[in-house]
Design a protein around this ligand. Structure first.
Ligand code: FAD
Length: 301
């Protein structure tokens, strides 16, 4: 069985930062990632609040961080972690294909997009419904699409899609967008974006196993929109079911940590979007990754 000083679960900004610090402290560290290195950063069209870059594309920042990790010879494992078990002096991290033993574990598995919870939604993911305009927008070139949400992510996605698609309906359940003013201002001269305020998606309409359209409902009426694509940007939720056997304390699926990023279980730490906190940003994730790695290094040594 493979044996490490520390296993980091997730290769987003939190996990990669933790791995950089652990490796520079000369520890034997592995990162386990089930998707592409970079995590949610890969879905961000433009990042304009990461110090050192006035504007940087999410995938570029991901690639830069990942290069730093791989240059330090961190062991990189592709795999979906299905459980973490605590045996006191050591922990066992299981993926679908292997078991890894480690003195310490850093949980940095972030969050996944929240869904609308409507009939036909799950079966149309990848068949018209998506969560990443940057990844999938091109499939809808010259076609009408909808974006659901009203925060920065949704508005940025609508702006991006308006350069590719014929028409973009931005569907928001409130009467005002919650995105910041600078982002809303960027949207103002995009004539093919139509904002539907006070509206919720009430029905998803399939045809031949693809998205054909949606119904949106306001207080007093329901109307149909013919769209080939729908991108859902209504927030994120952690998927921490793999921690069920670990004994790690959760609150509404978020991992509880103290200010040193230690969980209630000795030598298990957490950082980034997976923890319960106030601000969910790259800058906070990397700060917490640093603290988690520093606590783990002290405890292991
Ligand atoms: C649309 C959008 C726009 C955003 N824009 C900005 C912005 O402009 N500026 C900013 O600072 N922040 C932005 N954010 C927030 C930012 O992306 C997150 O705060 C940040 O990525 C969190 O980093 P993380 O490392 O905690 O988690 P993530 O980036 O989510 O990475 C977690 C990683 O863990 C992996 N993983 C999960 N479960 C498992 C498992 N069981 N086994 C193996 N691997 C697993 C995932 O595949 C993922 O790669 C945005 C978020 C979204 C959704």
């Amino acid at each position: 069985m493979l044996n490490f000083d520390c296993v980091v679960i997730g290769s987003g900004p939190a996990g990669m930062t933790a791995a950089i610090y652990l490796r520079r402290a000369n520890l034997n560290v592995a990162i386990i990632e089930k998707g592409a290195p970079g995590g949610l950063m890969n879905n961000i069209i433009n990042i304009e609040n990461y110090p050192g870059f006035t504007k940087v594309e999410g995938p570029t920042l991901s690639m830069n961080m990942n290069k730093q990790v791989t240059d330090l010879n961190v062991t990189y494992k592709y795999g979906n972690v299905i459980s973490v078990e605590d045996f006191g002096e050591y922990k066992i991290v299981k993926t679908e294909t292997e078991e890894i033993k480690s003195k310490a574990v850093i949980i940095a598995s972030g969050r996944v997009p929240r869904k609308l919870g409507l009939e036909n939604e799950d079966k149309l993911v990848g068949r018209g419904i998506g969560f990443c305009a940057l990844c999938d927008g091109f499939f809808f070139k010259d076609k009408p699409v909808a974006v659901v949400g009203g925060g920065n992510g949704a508005v940025e996605a609508a702006i991006y899609l308006s350069t590719i698609c014929s028409e973009v309906f931005l569907i928001h359940r409130r009467e005002e967008l919650t995105a910041d003013k600078a982002t809303i201002d960027k949207m103002k001269n995009r004539s093919n974006i139509k904002v539907k305020y006070n509206s919720v998606v009430s029905t998803i309409i399939p045809e031949d196993d693809k998205l054909k359209g949606i119904e949106i409902t306001t207080d007093d009426q329901t109307s149909k929109l013919e769209v080939d694509g729908m991108f859902i940007y209504i927030g994120q939720v952690p998927d921490t079911s793999y921690l069920d056997k670990s004994g790690v304390k959760l609150d509404n699926k978020y991992v509880l940590v103290d200010k040193t990023m230690r969980t209630n279980i000795k030598n298990i730490y957490a950082c980034g979007d997976v923890i319960k906190k106030e601000i969910y940003q790259i800058t906070t994730a990397i700060g917490e990754g640093t603290i988690a790695a520093s606590s783990a290094t002290k405890d292991i040594n």
